[in-house]
Design a protein around this ligand. Structure first.
Ligand SMILES: [Zn+2]
Ligand SMILES: [Zn+2]
Length: 271
């Protein structure tokens, strides 16, 4: 399984997940033209993408979905709250699913998990490649890590997790107080510290990659976010890499190599 971030942050989000020849876009928060440019830049024809699954109705996640689906024949998938929360999606033929449901798209199996965010019916995802067994979690736009989210990201090969802001930079930054409070709330965005705590909790020796996503351009710094999370991971068995997703261009591919079961089987054989 390979994953690219096509762009991540408050100005737009889109992630491409590839399982063999199955290509699924998670969010389409850029205009179709930008999606086309960025997919082409990573060598992917937009018409080769089968589906787009949307996490929630905020414009930075859905902006280009209806246009792109029409142009390239993608199927669209969202919770009823997400589909009903953005005008253009009303007659875009969105297939509905409930938070917690598992979707099957080609070789990809996508299990959804409810997230805590100020949207109608937001979700995160765990994608499993049915052929290789590789798994990737994609969780951003959440104010807190619920027990449900924590459990769902425990056994993955790649973890894409929000590291939106540094708490000090947010409080000392230019945003008005009400906006600072909204971001820091239980239905806002995840801080570097909270992302680091989650990573330290769920990291295991076979976790290939941690990708920090949805970084604020105002209240965060890529070096600081990486340092905060890497320091926490340094106290675990994690030997993989930590990267950050950029707002203005593609980053990747991040390869999910399935070695967890193998490691477990070897361990079982030894004893
Ligand atoms: Zn967002
Ligand atoms: Zn949002």
């Amino acid at each position: 399984m390979r994953i690219w971030s096509l762009g991540s942050g408050s100005k737009g989000n889109a992630l491409l997940v590839e399982c063999g020849d199955t290509r699924v876009l998670v969010d389409a928060g850029f205009p179709a033209r930008t999606l086309s440019t960025r997919l082409t830049a990573i060598g992917v024809a937009p018409g080769s993408v089968s589906a787009c699954v949307m996490t929630h109705e905020h414009i930075d996640h859905v902006r280009g979905a209806a246009g792109a689906a029409k142009r390239w024949g993608w199927s669209l998938h969202a919770t009823p709250g997400t589909a009903g929360g953005y005008g253009e999606l009303a007659d875009a033929g969105v297939a509905h699913f409930e938070a917690g449901a598992t979707l099957s798209i080609g070789r990809a199996e996508l299990t959804t998990v409810r997230t805590s965010h100020d949207a109608s019916d937001p979700i995160g995802l765990v994608v499993t490649d049915r052929a290789s067994g590789a798994r990737a979690a994609i969780v951003y736009d959440l104010g807190v890590v619920t027990a449900e989210v924590r459990e769902s990201v425990r056994d993955v090969d790649v973890l894409v997790i929000e590291a939106n802001h540094d708490e000090g930079m947010l409080r000392g930054g230019p945003y008005p107080r009400y906006l600072q409070n909204r971001i820091a709330s239980r239905t806002g965005h995840l801080s570097n510290r909270a992302a680091a705590a989650l990573c330290a909790d769920v990291a295991h020796g076979a976790l290939n990659h941690v990708v920090l996503a949805h970084l604020s351009e105002t209240n965060n710094d890529h070096g600081l976010a990486t340092q905060t999370v890497s320091r926490a991971l340094g106290r675990t068995r994690f030997t993989g890499r930590v990267s950050t997703a950029a707002q203005h261009g593609p980053v990747g591919p991040f390869c999910a190599k399935h070695s967890r079961t193998t490691a477990r089987v070897e361990q079982l054989t030894l004893f």
